[in-house]
Design a protein. Sequence first.
Lengths: 210, 905, 288
Amino acid sequence: MPIKTWELDPNFKNEIMSEAGGEHLASCFQCSTCTLGCPITEIIPSYNPRKIIQMSLLGMREEVLSNPDLWVCLICQTCTARCPQDVRIADVLGVLRRIAEREEEAGNLKIDSPRPLFDKAFQHQLKKFGRLYDMGLAMEYYPKKEGSFIKGMLAMMKDYKDFGKRMFLKGKMGPLGGGSPVKGMLASKIKQKDVMKKIFEELGEGGKEK
Amino acid sequence: MGIAVIGGGVAGITAALDLADSGYKVHLIEKNAELGGKMEELAECQMGLSPYIAKVENHPNIDLMLSSELERLSGTAGDFKLSVSGNEVGVESVVLAPGYDIPEVAKSYGFGSPDVVVSLDFEGILKAATVSETGELVRPSDGKPVKRLGFIKCVGSRCQENEICSTACCAYTAKEAWEVKERYPDIEIYIFYMDIRVFGKDEELVAELKDKYGVKYIRSRVPEVIPEGGALTVKFENLEKGTIEKLDLDMVVLAVGLLPSKTMSKLAEITGVKADKYGYIETSLTSPLETSVPGILACGTATAPMKVRESVAQASGAALKAAGLSQRTEPIPGQEEHKFIEIGDELKTGVFICGCEGEIANSIDIPAVAERISELKDVAYVNSETNTLQEAMDAIESGIVDQGLTRIVFAGQSPRECEDIVRDACAVAGLNPYLLELVNLREQCAWVQDPKDATEAAADMLKMAVERAKYLEEIPVERYPVIPKALVIGGGISGMNAALGIADAGYEVHLVDKGAELGGGLRESTELQSGEKAADILKELVGKVTANERINVYTNVKEEEIEGRAGSFKAKIVAEGAEDAEIEFGACVIATGARRDFVPEGYFGYGKEKNVTTVSEFVKMLAGKLDANTIALIQDAPGEGVTARYSSIEVVDSALKAKEKNPDANVFVLYQDIKTYGKWEVLYKDAREKGVIFLRYDKEKPPKYEDGIVSVYDVIFNDEIQIKPDLVVLSTPAMPAEANERLSEIFRIPLKNGFFMEKPERPKMVLTPVDTVNEGVFICGSAVYPAMIDECLAMSSAAASRACVLLAKDFLETPAMTSVVDEEICAGCGVCEAICPVEAIELTEELVPVVTFGVTTVVGGTKKVAKVGDGCIGCGSCASYCPSSAMSLKNFRDRQVYAQLDYAV
Amino acid sequence: MSVNKLAYYPGCPSEGTAMEQHMSTEAVFEKLGVELVEVEDWNCCGAAEVEDPKLLYALNARNLAIAEKEDLDIVTPCSICYYNLERSNKALKADEALRTQLKGIDSSLDYNGKIKTKHVLDVFVNDIGLDEISSKLEKKVNVKVAPYYGCYIGRPPETAFDDPDNPVLMDKLIELIGGEIVPFNYMKTVCCGGPLMMTRGDIAFDMARKILDVAKNAGADCISLACPLCGMMLDGKQADIEKALGVTIGLPVIYITQLLGLALGIEPNKLGLNKNAVDTKEILGKVV
């Protein structure tokens, strides 16, 4: 099916360019540097950030935002470092992910990736404790990803049974981790947790500024 | 006083020679110990440039300052004081030609593998390969033959560190690929590119590479070359399949971009000239050679990245501008009339063997050769003491004067470099310059012979030359006066600029134009890409031309009836509404421009659909209100003619202007290659950033316009995209001026696709872009190829400069080595007349004299005899075709050649 | 040596999965005579999961402000923490309005842009200097090393402190301590897959495996690195990768601070060499 430009959203590029990180989108001249240097393409040969950018420029908003490829970006910055036109592709994809999350929040889109759930869980932990709490993060993320607490726990067990045992034996996780039996099990919290709360309430997703 | 030229690369050399040949004192300042600049690193260029270098080194009007740097500059135009490595030099004007440097390359290109090289180094590798023992092109790392070779374009250009396009790389990459394919047809070549930015001949070369040589052009900007398992792996996008593919190569050449010379910032600081934001010397679209400091001119890659052709044109143009600010103080070389000694039958041959600064002495035992030559009976004198050309010339002069030598044999470098200089030395000393035999001992022996055989071979070559010298004849040197006036054909921006340049140098100019008013193609423009108004520029230029007392303007000219030769032409100018004018001139500049009146009737419904228009028309629309909301510009719409250098720039510029005018408009550019070369690259970037959408189509699948919908298969999006435009804008090809065919016949200058061809050079490179095979005729502007305004201005200044070099001479010599006919033997068959490429031979009826008993009587009949006219260029075609050996070429007589051959066999 | 006291930002993994990096960093700086003052009550930098720039700047402003009060430049052993601290530092220095806005959220975010942010590698080679380090070396670490730099050391350009394609700082340290660099050039900076570990483990495993494979095939005794996320992927998850992909690798993965510590004669356990997931005994045997 031909792409009918009059059915697209020509303002989409401006929407992206108005967000932090997306400013240089339109500088792209479709040279393929990003795609050819991207380590993901070694594993997913159809992955093509160059095309995501051209689709964005053309205004293919829906196709871009629902594209699961947005969520396999590693943010490794290889594309950004090499881009001859300073498009800052990694940041542009970040903008697209944020817009997609907002659209999902608003019920306009279903994201086909667990990554937003993970990022949200991570941020939630941060907001609560000020530092990353591995166990808490996993306990929050897996049930959401799998759709129920039980399924989540099973999936977590599958992924982390061996790893957890390994870390436990090395004294990095569990009752013997963190230098004391208590520290290893619980979240490492900062004292000024209220500051974290303020930051997220102001700037986080759904925060005052958004 | 004089002129300082800073930089001894190709641009500096060209500017210096134009000035010195016109009688100006030149101080040529070069930071390195040798002339040639970057060209010295390019095998072909080095060979092509060497005669020019030799000429500079031996030019009486050039003060060559090697290993010297400009330290200070004070004063103003007409009175500059320069401090050059401690020496004080006073000049009236300055030409800056510091050249370029190449950028650093990202480590991702090969991660240190020696098999990934930059193009300059590749030239050296290729040169070394051809003279190596096996002759094979091998990998630097392990000496394995190269089977797959990759070129990556735009390395270090069109990027953040170097925003602009380096202009030259597309063409030089094609040339390198062609050379590889010519020598090694089995090597597979892959060229990775973003846009192929070539025009005219280079465009044809690329097409030939693709179609005939099977070179693969792949559209991907390859960001990394990974050395693994003995191969270099690159990844590229297979656009058709929508996949990423890997390719193993043996060697990769990086077509690196150009940067301003590292010395540029210092030079700008010292001279006070403004540099632009890229570090180049700031010039403008309408004054491409002038810097921000009056009296200081700039040329070549110091002003923008460009090819040799454009560099050299700018250099000649800058020379003209510099000359305009200076006084001529020096004699024009080669203008002295020489009296030659009577040599009678006396045969005293002098042999001079030059060591060529070690280049010959290194592989040939010169004293041994000299000893053997001196034993020959006809050799009266042998000199093998000299080591430079200048020393050798002094020795020849004193040999003629003191020893009374009547034949000279000179063995040294190639005659391409030294012939004029040695003949001149003979003439100065009073010996007819054609009693000279040259032996190319350096290129044809020292450089190529196995050292163990070289001395023997050298002796043989010299003995053959001595044999031939015996039969050399004195050829009279005849001169005719140069008419110090010029004819400029075409009154567009190029023609007017050329006319002004020549007139400002003090010569009378006849400027003819077919139109009723001066102005040419520029009259059709509204606003230039620089924002300047075309009308303002025209007004100023036309004003200057009409106010100039030395310029005679002829308009409505129908045709020019021209005859004569370089230095001495006559013409009748036939104009509508005016009496025929008879004029004389010594040089002619052709500036007929190009036509852009191709009507794309039938393409995309042009002519039928009201909303389909051309770029020229669209540009005019942009001056008014633009109410189209969706605009599709189609670059390279088909048609008759060639793709102008301004074509893509104009499309991108007008798309940008449309977007600026109506920011909410959806502006699409459909293109095959965006050719915004050089600094125009920023226009392309601007257009993208302002929201113009670029869609790439393939020539095989051109866009369609049906039922109000433009459909284009975007080859890098790999899908069909449809647009519903309010306006479809077609960029159409440019066509040659109608007068070109006629002028081509009159002056015998070949055309290519209807445009004039420059004088061909060997090796293939363009060091004289405005010279033609006719020594009295120069070409410029869009008559050569449809070009941008700055290029037209630089080229027309160059053509004016070259014309002035000719007009500065009082006399020209008639060509000496022309054909002569032995009328007694001539059977009048006419083969020579038919074969002569310049139509210089005519068959004439002669009465046949019959001698009867010692009394000459005329008996009835006549016979046809060939007559060689003034136009003979000495090519020798007639001599070799003449069935009765009646025709021969002076200095290549049968007996001269046979004597040489007899010795050899 | 142009530095004697720095604020130290350990980063979240220092308390768990990368505690050996934390231990070795503290031990090495102590040995080199540079005092580290841990940023009081530091918070997470946002890692790869906080993508919103302003949110990220706010999180890091707090850490920067704490160090600024001590008038100390910040050093961190983690590449991601470095990237986030440094880009926040740059943005905050350049944007007064941003600083004002953040200060308005909480006074603890009042950062004036007066300090620098550094990665330990940068401090070792460019601030302390190879000569100074060399003068304190006690042992030769006679191992073949594949130096793995990962993402945020050479890129993105505005925060990078080494070449994007062929970084060399770690190479210099390894050579200094008697190690040998195996041919590893083009893998030095290819991402380990870490950011996808929780959401696309399959991709992450593939990527990490490739790095391990190339290092092993190049004859390396170990991989050296400078980022805890890379450490988690290449070391912590190595056994999982072996199991999932049915391969045997068994390649020790050691933080550069641990290797340097060995050369400085620090006790292996003090450097946490008993905490690396893949056994490091063989490497210890080569320290002479």
